[in-house]
Design a protein around this ligand. Sequence first.
Ligand SMILES: [Zn+2]
Length: 63
Amino acid sequence: MDQFKNLNATHLYCERCGMATPVRERLLLILPDGELYEYICSRCGASLGKRKTTIGRGEQPGY
Ligand SMILES: [Zn+2]
């Protein structure tokens, strides 16, 4: 799984909603070696986590 293009909705558990909700990705930062995204609950807008994409190394889920 080196190429994980996130077109489908990712679901994460949202404490505010009390359920797994579809999330939006928001670009937070562009780094020299990748990009930092934030996961936003599409129901209430809470931040559910971050994800860093690293150029040339695929992606690592970040919490
Ligand atoms: Zn929520």
